[in-house]
Design a protein around this ligand. Structure first.
Ligand SMILES: NC(=O)c1ccc[n+]([C@@H]2O[C@H](COP(=O)([O-])OP(=O)(O)OC[C@H]3O[C@@H](n4cnc5c(N)ncnc54)[C@H](OP(=O)(O)O)[C@@H]3O)[C@@H](O)[C@H]2O)c1
Length: 352
């Protein structure tokens, strides 16, 4: 058997970190050898310092692993998955890239930089070619790749087949985002129970701008962003996990609802073609029932790696277009799950 690649998780005790651990603990290509967190958790067993309740089961053999400080990453770890808070991520992640590690990060800093791949694997895996530009311009010993903001990951996965088939002029999206999207301990119960908060700091900017980069075209000098207008309104709702999005898309060509359903159902990307271990069989699952998707019923579809779409209808208020509801698990499809998929692609495509 070929040796597994040694990997570690920064921010392993948090909500995204726990999904990383769940995906990596028994991974066919990776061996999880390092769990990093703050000095508060360092030196303790993983099971003693995990925050909240894990969104996916954590295999028994990891529960007794010792959590270590971020400064104690072993030298022979090859990939570091980062689930550090945004305000700490930049300095730590850059330090690790300069030391020669491959870093795959969930945190927002650097996502929009021209030589940093921002990857949603089914949508724009070809943007990994930016690694060559990054190596040339920065001369870091390692490499850094970012995955998108959770809301953007869900949105762009559903926009990609529409863009390819019909072209897109404008997108209007209103989100209803689960509490775990804010990390642990997140929003105070007294603020969110029996309530909706119609504002999430920086979220609309991220959705509007990351979408254009992800749907953009790779060129020699970086990504030429997509010529689409995106308008986002983001809200926090009293749901534990899962972001629901109400999406209206104005297309360039005429659209037909049945055709849109067909392109959703038939959609596959490079992770499916490459048969990557964490790739869902169907990245987009269409529910025909009038009252689906629902967070509690649908967020764990294909282990949380699929986006579930429903209520696909014509949008009569647009010159031509459709509207639909999309749901994705923010911690899995919107975070750790796609970071693991990116790592699998890096290995399969021999970037590392
Ligand atoms: N939640 C989501 O749906 C989501 C989606 C996409 C992207 N993201 C991004 O992913 C990252 C992690 O999010 P999360 O929701 O998992 O956050 P979280 O639950 O708050 O977890 C934060 C993690 O960072 C560690 N940490 C905190 N301070 C530290 C320090 N001084 N040194 C080292 N480690 C430290 C924590 O360790 P301790 O337990 O020891 O404090 C914990 O493991 C953030 O950048 C977030 O924006 C989150």
């Amino acid at each position: 058997m070929v040796d597994k690649l040694r990997v570690g998780v920064l921010g392993a005790t948090g909500l995204v970190g726990q999904v990383f651990v769940s995906f990596l603990a028994d991974h066919p290509w990776f061996e999880l050898v390092y769990l990093g967190a703050s000095p508060r958790s360092a030196g303790k067993k993983y099971k003693e310092v995990m925050k909240g309740s894990p969104p996916l089961p954590i295999p028994e053999h990891v529960l007794d692993m010792e959590v270590r400080r971020v400064e104690e990453v072993p030298k022979d770890v090859e990939i570091l998955f980062s689930a550090l808070p945004s305000d700490l991520a930049l300095s730590y992640e850059l330090e690790f890239v300069k030391m020669g590690y491959t870093v795959i990060s969930n945190a927002s800093p650097l996502r929009l930089e021209k030589d940093i791949p921002l990857i949603n694997p089914e949508v724009n895996l070809d943007h990994l070619e930016l690694i060559k530009l990054q190596k040339k311009e920065r001369r870091w010993k390692g490499v850094i790749v970012k995955n998108p903001n959770c809301t953007t990951a869900i949105l762009t996965l559903t926009l990609k087949p529409i863009l390819d088939e019909f072209g897109i002029k404008r997108v209007f999206v209103t989100t209803m985002q689960g509490i775990s999207g804010a990390g642990y301990p997140g929003v105070a119960a007294l603020d969110i129970v029996d309530n909706i908060i119609p504002y999430i700091r920086n979220e609309e900017y991220k959705v509007e701008n990351e979408t254009l980069k992800i749907l953009g075209r790779l060129a020699d000098d970086g990504i030429h962003v997509a010529n689409i207008k995106v308008s986002a309104t983001c809200t926090r709702v009293p749901v534990l996990h899962g972001h629901l999005e109400s999406i209206h898309v104005e297309t360039i060509k005429e659209v037909d609802v049945e055709e849109v359903i067909r392109v959703f159902e038939e959609f596959k990307g490079p992770p499916q073609e490459l048969n990557l271990p964490s790739a869902p069989k169907k990245p987009i699952v269409v529910r025909k029932e009038i009252n689906r998707p629902q967070p509690r019923l649908d967020r764990l579809t294909e282990r949380g790696m699929s986006v579930v779409v429903g209520r696909v209808r014509e949008d009569h208020a647009l010159s031509r277009g459709v509207k639909y509801i999309a749901l994705g698990h923010n911690l899995i499809r919107g975070a750790a799950g796609i970071a693991v998929l990116i790592a699998e692609a890096l290995l399969k495509l021999e970037y590392i």
